[in-house]
Write a protein of this length. Sequence first.
Lengths: 193, 193
Amino acid sequence: MSFPRAPISFTLVHYPIRNKVGEDIATAVTNLDIHDGSRLAATYGMEHYFLVTPIEEQRSLVCRIRDHWITGPGTKRNPQRQEGMKRVEHANSVEDVSEFLTKKHNVRPLLVGTSAKATGEQAVTYEGLRQHLAEKDQPILLLFGTGWGLSPSLHNTIDLFLPPIWGPTDYNHLSVRAAMAITLDRLLGRHGS
Amino acid sequence: MSFPRAPISFTLVHYPIRNKVGEDIATAVTNLDIHDGSRLAATYGMEHYFLVTPIEEQRSLVCRIRDHWITGPGTKRNPQRQEGMKRVEHANSVEDVSEFLTKKHNVRPLLVGTSAKATGEQAVTYEGLRQHLAEKDQPILLLFGTGWGLSPSLHNTIDLFLPPIWGPTDYNHLSVRAAMAITLDRLLGRHGS
């Protein structure tokens, strides 16, 4: 039986994002986030890796970097990047991503948020979501926030929240690149091998 | 009982590293690797995070960035970075790191390598190393390679190798930032919470 049963995508959200004093801001797309995320996407079999920003120039930047590695000079320099970059998409908003996936699969995806702080309600464990992935067909969209995390204004559109990532300490200010890597590995990694 | 029992450090090696045609090279230290690694170090309770390079200018760069966040302007801008940056060290070689830890703890650390390719001999599973961490006092030094991975010339000094990281696909070209995050989480993460 194949694992996971349903297609999974993930989104790095650049708006709406909290800044350190709790206001909504837009953060900047960075080259390395595109690369690290695309390599995670290929490793963990993600259908798509969406970079969400309402700033058109930044969506163009995503296209230029992606195309460099899919059809441009990057294909020769490092062919392995292609497999990840093929999964990279951009979108104006989380709502647009959700609509895109709904049209593609004829069913609304389950939106699963992540946060460095416990959200209380709508909680699902990693084991609970792993079980969903093994048993159910509903597509999943995982959401990761840049800056100081996903804006509370997104919470109404999110179905479930994964708990914060903890090591053996009480510090959990991971980079979003690390948080994406760890979350995908907890959900989809082959830990036995 | 505390977990882990023994102090653990990790090292991001910039020399000797394989390039894509298998030659030994030195790679460049990058700012984001210092930041992402230092935040992992604080989250997973690492004693030290060593950046290894024989290039003196690059070791100075590590110092300047670290000091900016520990005693410089960064302490006000983002106080949480301090906790991670305090663990950042630099060294000329893996041997120097091993000697430093040997002197500090009066016992040679167990050197554990990582690789995107199975190394065959000297293999230890994640579960096996987790058990070591729970039961034994010998300090651990985890080694991560930049570029195309740790040079085979280091293999003689490495005691054990962790297996490559796999998701549900046959692609495993992760960024070293992702590999560090996933490895530390597999070994030390609180997965039940």
